[in-house]
Structures are given as structure tokens and as C-alpha cells.
Design a protein around this ligand. Structure first.
Ligand SMILES: [Zn+2]
Length: 428
């Protein structure tokens, strides 16, 4: 980062002038950025139930890699909520079903950098770097997770919350680095903010506290810490959660401030290659503990009362490129219906989306495989389906060993091979 030398120290969450705590919600006006878009109404979105035989599409990762919530399935594509909270139609993307974990990299975009260190490190960048590693670590452990923001763009807090709610997530963790700098401390000054009246948010926060403090204490740094640091609620004068990322979602959420980017020694640590994997592993371990134990966590302290300034709204929001079908390399599997035929055999009706189809490049097969790659059946497709998108084809009599509970359906592109959005389906 070079521009931060000009910006100096910008504040982060608590006591912050830049924190996004907008009360802006559904039905916002002021869509000055996207002529064709309309303010969305997330409250009308139904949470489609997941099924063991056919998985609903609740979200998409767009062709440019942007995670978005699906508002409605259309005859040829999807109505989605953009990162700014506008409704647009998308033809396709990698489908997201129910997703257990949502990781929120705080801040983003040109006006919401978050705190900025004296060394030029912007909070929005280190938040995203740590968040991406958390998602990778969880995936390695078999826990599906998505980001609320997968690039340097603006996204109001109600949109991030809506994505977590739409994906029916078990939990969301919002990742931040703190400012302004309090007094010196022998130990990391981690702060965890939790949702009021939520035992689950408290438990998530308490687990994050234990894991992150232990992990960061392995670094020898001149730490800083507030005297009342710990796991706490922060309420505004109305008695609501002061921070929007905790107030907006139905999803169990906790916000972690991993240290003070405004404190030069800590900013220097956060800029080292050693730091992000350690911080991310601690967050991932806390998430796993939340999902697999009843551990109540620790570090609970008296809450604060604080009234932050409203944060970014749609008025100053400019959506990132969502990508087009021209960027597509692979078909996406968008629906799977499986029926038991008996004798360890199954029939599959698989719907593929390959709206980029042309005679030269098209979806030319799909297959049924195990999660570790054993293939049980392949359906070849002999021509493009440019005039029939998405399209459904069947495969009967697929023999699958009795010890297999879950299969993966995957598409193939004539030019690029196997890839694109897959679907995991439990066998009936
Ligand atoms: Zn922040």
C-alpha cells in the first residue's frame, strides 16, 4: 500500500468513525450506481429448505468470483442481490446450497479501508487475507464456508448479513483489526463483540477469544490492549447491538478484532507472511470447536455502550464486476434429483447450466463420483445446448456401493475438461 502514507491512521471498529454500522436496511433508496438495478427487499426472500435428494440454490459465486445471495430462480438464470444490495439478473454462477460457515472480511472498497497502519497496511486487505485462509482451512476440514466479500469492493453490512441468512449459515465470523491504539500490554489486546441475548453468539465469541489469544501470544510483539478487553456486547442508546454486522443477521455472529493495526509494532507483525496463517488457524479452530463441541468459551467481560457513526450505505456503493458467461470455462451443476431403483442402483436427473454453449465449447458430459474421486457413472452429451438453458438429462442404473452415502455431480466442458460448480447429494 502506498496511499496510506497520506491517510495516516484511520480508525477501525470500536470508537470508530469509519465502522459500518448503518441502520440502512431493506427497501433503501438511492441507487445512483446501477441504473438497471432496484433496491432489493431481502425480507421477501424465502429460505428454501434443503433436501436429501435435490439441493436448492441459495446463493451463487458469480463468474468473476463474487458471492451473492439468490433472491429468486428465474426461467433462465437468477435474480441475485449484488454486494451493494441491488437486484440484478445473472445467467449463471457456481451454485451455493446451505453453507455452514460465513466469514466476513470487514470493510472494503475505496471509501471504507478500515484502519490503516503507519506502515501502510490497510485493514480491509489484511482482513480479507486472513478470511480467505480461514475459508481454505475450513474446507480442508470438510466444513463448507464462503466469504461475504471476495475482493476490494464496498458492501453494506445488511447485504453481508442477508447473504449469511440466505445461506442458512450456522455461524458468521466478522474479521477486523483494531484502532485507535490503547495503552501497552503484555498480551494481545483482542476484542470480541457478540450479539446481545444470544447464548450461541456468546459461545462463538468465547471460543474465538481462547483460540486467538493463545495463537497471537506466540508472537513477541509490543502489544496494546484496552483495560476492559474481552468478549462483550456493545449496545447503542436504543439498546440494540451497536455494530451492524451483529445487529442485522439472524445468523449467529461474532466480530473479532485481532489486534491493533494502529499500533506500529502490531501493524508490522500483521504485514509479515507468518501472521495470516496463524490468525486464520485460530479462527478456524474456534469455528470447528463451535460446530463440534458444547465448549462455552471464555473471556467474558462487562459490555459497553457506544453509538458509532453510520457506515457505508448504498449511496456510495459501486458494485464490482460480477463477470459474464464469456468468462466461463465449465458448466455448473444446478440441480440433481436422485431416485433409488433397488439392487444398489440409482437413477439421476441432472440439470446443467452452460449458457456459454457454442458448437466449439460446450458442456459435453456430467458424471456421478464420490468425494474422493471414484467415478460411478458418466452421461455423455454429444452437442451443445445453447438453445436450452439450463437443461436436464438423465442417467439410469448407476451402481453405487452401499457404503457410499453421498455423491458429487460434476460437469465437463469440451475444451476445458471437468470443473465448474458441483453438487453434493445424499443418496436416498
Ligand atoms: Zn474494522
Amino acid at each position: 500500500m502506498t496511499l496510506t502514507a497520506l491517510l495516516g491512521l484511520a480508525a477501525c471498529t470500536p470508537g470508530s468513525q469509519t465502522e459500518q454500522t448503518t441502520t440502512d436496511g431493506p427497501g433503501l433508496t438511492g441507487s445512483t450506481t446501477t441504473a438497471a438495478a432496484t433496491p432489493s427487499t431481502p425480507s421477501t426472500v424465502a429460505n428454501a429448505p434443503t433436501s436429501t435428494v435435490s439441493s436448492a440454490i441459495l446463493g451463487l459465486v458469480t463468474p468473476a468470483g463474487v458471492p451473492v445471495a439468490v433472491l429468486e430462480e428465474l426461467s433462465a438464470g437468477f435474480l441475485v442481490m449484488t454486494p451493494c444490495g441491488f437486484e440484478v439478473e445473472l445467467q449463471s454462477g457456481k451454485p451455493l446450497g446451505r453453507t455452514r460457515v460465513v466469514i466476513d472480511p470487514g470493510h472494503g472498497g475505496p471509501t471504507d479501508t478500515g484502519a490503516v497502519g503507519a506502515n501502510g497496511l490497510a485493514e480491509k486487505e489484511i482482513n480479507l487475507e486472513v478470511a480467505r485462509l480461514v475459508v481454505d482451512l475450513l474446507a480442508e476440514g470438510g466444513i463448507d464456508a464462503v466469504l461475504t466479500r471476495n475482493g476490494d469492493y464496498t458492501s453494506p453490512l445488511f447485504v453481508r448479513a442477508h447473504l449469511a441468512d440466505t445461506l442458512q449459515a450456522d455461524l458468521m465470523v466478522s474479521i477486523h483489526h483494531n484502532a485507535p491504539t490503547p495503552g501497552p500490554s503484555d498480551e494481545p489486546g483482542i476484542e470480541i463483540f457478540i450479539q446481545k441475548d444470544s447464548k450461541q453468539s456468546a459461545r462463538l465469541g468465547g471460543l474465538l477469544w481462547g483460540q486467538t489469544r493463545e495463537a497471537l501470544a506466540t508472537f513477541d510483539v509490543a502489544w496494546s490492549a484496552a483495560e476492559d478487553s474481552g468478549v462483550m456486547t456493545v449496545l447503542n442508546n436504543r439498546g440494540d447491538d451497536a455494530y451492524g454486522i451483529l445487529r442485522h443477521p439472524e445468523t449467529t455472529t461474532a466480530l473479532v478484532e485481532l489486534g491493533y493495526i494502529s499500533n506500529p509494532p502490531e501493524a508490522d507483525l500483521f504485514s509479515t507472511p507468518e501472521y495470516p496463517p496463524v490468525a486464520a488457524a485460530a479462527v478456524a479452530d474456534a469455528v470447528k470447536a463451535f460446530l463440534t463441541t458444547e465448549d462455552p468459551g471464555s473471556g467474558f467481560v462487562e459490555g459497553r455502550v457506544f453509538n458509532p457513526r453510520p457506515g457505508v450505505s448504498q449511496d456510495v456503493c459501486s458494485d464490482p464486476e460480477l463477470g459474464t458467461n464469456a468468462d466461463r470455462l465449465f458448466p455448473d451443476v444446478v440441480d440433481v434429483v436422485v431416485q433409488k431403483e433397488g439392487d444398489g442402483r440409482y437413477s439421476f436427473d441432472v440439470t446443467l447450466s452452460s449458457p456459454y454453449d457454442s458448437p466449439e465449447q460446450y458442456a459435453d458430459a456430467w458424471r456421478i463420483r464420490s468425494s474422493d474421486g471414484t467415478v460411478f457413472g458418466v452421461r455423455e452429451l454429444l452437442h451443445d445446448h445453447a438453445g436450452e438453458q439450463p437443461f436436464t438429462r438423465s442417467l439410469r442404473g448407476v451402481e453405487i456401493p452401499t457404503e457410499v452415502d453421498t455423491i458429487v455431480v460434476e460437469g465437463r466442458d469440451l475444451a476445458n475438461g471437468w470443473g465448474g460448480g458441483t453438487m453434493s447429494v445424499d443418496l436416498p
